[in-house]
Design a protein around this ligand. Structure first.
Ligand code: HEM
Length: 381
């Protein structure tokens, strides 16, 4: 429970400046008032004042909303702590704000690396974010991206996560420079930045994941998909998370990126000829190339006639299953539909199992539904 501390109540005659709040401009006082809903331990600090392009300032410990708002609100915000802190969000426990714009830039600056795969960590970041989240089960709300547990055993040792330690190690540089971001937020944001930097759509992302202290809350192994299997297995895995067939096919379009590594999954090769560019190429080659079983000592996989591309048995299930195939055909000819569906499904995937504070919205443009939940909307309409 929080107490109210009213450090300064500006007079209405002090109406001077404009404060930009989530791209909406409200006139408010010269000296800003900030509401901090403090809460020790898990949660976040959102400083929504002076917000620009996803540039949340967030504390990785404790819910902490900071909103430029009228003095009358003080009366109604009985459960909040009120302080006039400007940009300083330092708390007694040592935690502080996170400049998400800088974090995004730091991640983007890490992506291009000569000598690693096809010259980018982008694809492995996209996979890290997905495997951090894809353990979710809607039945009991277990798993999901909250906790950042892949840095601990048992998740770090799961066969499905082989190779993802590379991504986690690279991201340590960002964590060092921005220690207040949670690993759980960092791993998911890395996937988002990677998609966007590789030419993909804007993915709505918001902070709010907290870290667990160890891997004891990890779900059991076996929740991530097996590339050797077919449509029934894919549906089991993704329906468990709450996705439908269209969303499944949209998500699998991420296989336009990156490649399989024989020393990680056992499979080998890229899906497309432009593996560091986000596109609908995966669907096009899936439909247009002739796929035959590769003759080699590795696990069963398919190759095209020029043998430079590969498909997993799970990928080919998307064309052999008539319901999945409908969407493969749609996305192969309508790239915009793919980009839009992927953006929604990937954003949703990265939020599975996370309890976000109701007042905190996605990115720069909150939806009406999100706005309706905000303190501002509830008080002023
Ligand atoms: C049926 C579902 C899926 C299966 C069976 C599957 C399987 C695989 C396998 C076996 C690899 C190769 C890993 C390696 O050897 O490094 C891989 C890589 C990859 N997967 Fe998936 N995947 C699935 C869904 C997804 C989804 C939903 C996404 C993202 C939205 C995704 C994104 C990626 C990316 C970007 C890579 C390339 C990683 C790299 O280049 O290091 N996959 N996937």
């Amino acid at each position: 429970m929080s107490t109210i501390m009213l450090r300064s109540i500006p007079k209405t005659s002090q109406f001077v400046n404009k404060v930009v709040f989530q791209r909406q401009t409200f006139t408010t006082w010269k000296s800003r008032i900030t509401f901090n809903t403090a809460n020790n331990g898990s949660g976040n600090n959102y400083n929504n004042s002076d917000n620009n392009d996803n540039n949340y300032e967030q504390n990785s410990h404790g819910n902490h909303y900071k909103t430029a708002i009228a003095a009358g609100v003080a009366m109604t915000a009985a459960a909040s702590v009120l302080t006039t802190v400007g940009n300083d969000t330092k708390k007694k426990d040592g935690s502080g704000k996170v400049d998400y714009k800088s974090v995004r830039e730091a991640i983007a600056n890490l992506l291009d690396v000569e000598g690693y795969d096809d010259g980018s960590y982008g694809p492995v970041f996209v996979r890290l974010a997905w495997h951090a989240s894809g353990t979710f089960s809607a039945a009991d709300n277990s798993g999901g991206s909250n906790g950042g547990c892949m840095r601990f055993e048992p998740e770090s040792k799961w066969g499905a996560n082989s190779g993802l330690q590379i991504a986690r190690e690279v991201l340590e540089k960002v964590k060092k420079a921005h220690p207040n971001i949670s690993y759980a937020d960092l791993y998911t944001l890395a996937g988002v930045v990677a998609v966007e930097e590789m030419g993909g759509p804007e993915i709505k992302w918001r902070p709010g994941r907290s870290d667990f202290a160890d891997g004891s809350k990890s779900p059991p192994d076996g929740r991530l998909p097996d590339g050797a299997q077919g449509a029934a297995h894919i549906r089991d895995i993704f329906y468990r998370m709450g996705f439908n067939d269209r969303e499944i096919v949209a998500l699998l379009g991420a296989h336009s990126l990156g490649r399989c590594h024989s020393d990680r999954s056992g499979f080998d090769g890229p899906w497309t000829r432009a593996p560091t560019t986000f596109s609908n190429e995966f669907y096009r080659v899936l439909l247009e190339e002739k796929w035959t079983v590769r003759k080699w000592s590795g696990p069963k996989q398919y190759e095209n006639s020029s043998k430079d591309l590969m498909m997993l048995p799970a990928d080919l299930a998307l064309v052999s299953d008539p319901e999945f195939r409908k969407y493969v055909e749609l996305y192969a000819k309508d790239e915009e539909a793919f980009r839009s569906d992927f953006a929604k499904a990937y954003s949703h995937l990265l939020e599975l199992g996370v309890q976000f504070p109701a007042d905190h919205s996605h990115g720069p443009a909150p939806t009406l539904e999100e706005k309706k939940k905000s303190l501002w909307y509830r008080i002023f309409g």
